[in-house]
Design a protein around this ligand. Sequence first.
Ligand code: NAD
Length: 302
Amino acid sequence: MSEPIAFIGLGAMGGPMALNILKKGTNLSVYDIEKEKMQAHIKTGAVPGNNIKDTVEDADIVITMLPSTENVKSVITDPNGVLSYIKPGSIILDMSTIAPTGTDEIYEICKQKNIDFIDAPVGRLVSHAISGDSLFMVGCDNEDAFKKIEPLLNAMGTTIIRCGKVGSGIRAKVVNNFQILSIAQITAEALTLSQKIGLDLNTFKEVNAGTTANNGQFHINFLSKVLKNDIEPGFTIDLAHKDMGLAIETANSFRVGLPVGSSVQAVYGQARSGKFAKKDFSALLDYACELAEVDPPRIKKS
Ligand code: NAD
């Protein structure tokens, strides 16, 4: 990939994703408001930007990986944002998880400026972003633009799912995250109950894996994080609360009820009011155990 690419937002996900692009020898400029987040990329050959103008003015493709709808809107559409400096005919690839209505709005503004906008939110965990094994849900019906971003997606992940027109990727992401985050809470409750009534974790794990209760939150996420006594993010409870909110907001606007989802959202809301806000979402288990006054289970080192 010889054309210049810009990457904005080098956090838990964007950081390793940008590094994987760099490792392909890409000409990459990077920008994060927290300057120290750019250090690893500078060491790997990236050009650091001092501001958005610096970062994007030569780029053919600008990637954004930012926390919220407001962040993405302001970085792209503010007077000092990407659209003020990007070359006509370039592509903006937003990989953040934001409100579908926000994606639609930004897409319309980009169209008026002759800029292609593609949504490609990311599935799977930070560990997959690090190893280059992410999954992408792509909203794009412009084949020429897709061909240009495809090598970047291949550098960052293993699985590309074409969801349809612009905005369909983010819609798939919001629905899928609603399910993931709800299953995480059910898993936390089940493991808390199992602990409280004295079941052995390894035995219960075996039972669970052999039945249809088997799920990725227990067997992939919790077992690689909280059950190993690691509750550093990963994906924070704060961001999980944001994503449940996106699902509920979307459901409300289509008159779809998500009664279980609304209860789960309330749990994330309470968990983020205290010390768990910036912890990994698998720490829902520790929060539930705290309420049940039981020591949180941990997997024994073999
Ligand atoms: P993060 O908070 O770790 O990183 C966000 C980064 O954006 C930070 O480094 C922050 O300094 C930077 N930033 C914020 N505003 C900025 C601005 N105006 N200009 C430049 N940089 C700015 O978040 P994350 O976990 O990397 O998540 C990013 C997005 O990806 C979110 O929408 C999240 O929901 C989604 N996501 C996260 C995961 C995960 O497991 N962490 C997985 C899939 C998707």
